[in-house]
Ligand binder design. Sequence first.
Ligand code: PXP
Length: 238
Amino acid sequence: MAKLAVNVDHVATIREARKINEPDPVTAAALAELAGAEGIVVHLREDSRHIKERDVYILRQTVKTHLNLEMAATEKMIQFALKVKPDIATLVPERRQELTTEGGLDVITQKEKIAQVVKQLQIGGIKVSLFIDPEPAQIEASNRVGADMIELHTGRYCDAKGDTQKEELKRLLCGIKYARDMDLVVKAGHGLNYVNIKPLVKVKEIYEFSIGHSIVARAVLVGFERAVREMVEILKEG
Ligand code: PXP
């Protein structure tokens, strides 16, 4: 069974709607762990629009499973990560105007730079994951730059409908197999919900799913623990 890592960014989004101190993503992370999550993920964006440095510092002390910090490969973020020392740093592309991370990291065109960042973080004792599209050339480049693991972007699969979705699923499965043949640890995330995850839960090569929005959306209506537990139950079907 694949592990579930819960992204609590959007608990912070609700907090920032009022710029006060509730709801607290730290509390949500604790509830997620109590309900069976095996990892907590936060994305500290350059503009701190949801998660703040304060959240990451506290989560570093309170998370009992593993803490995965999504970040852009900028000098400021690298220095922050080296100070906080999350268990995993996931390098993601970041554009200020985007609503969410829109595409995977282009490892091919920035190979030297990414290789250097991967090394710098690893020397600091942090495992490095690269968030990439399920394309063989990106997977190969990720392997070459020394990433410990990759997270395949499931957004195109999740957004597609009908036959196009079947095509995107095929592309994703080919990417997973390609990466596993290279012995890369494969995670998957972005846009996954309680329905579209079903064809993926039986794919035993997926080590972990990273899921945020759909869990927080359900949690608003049924409570955080129940929302996480219901996702864990679906993963158990695998
Ligand atoms: N993985 C990465 C790298 C992401 O940037 C995000 C969104 O923050 C997710 C997973 C989770 O996506 P969603 O919120 O759509 O579940």
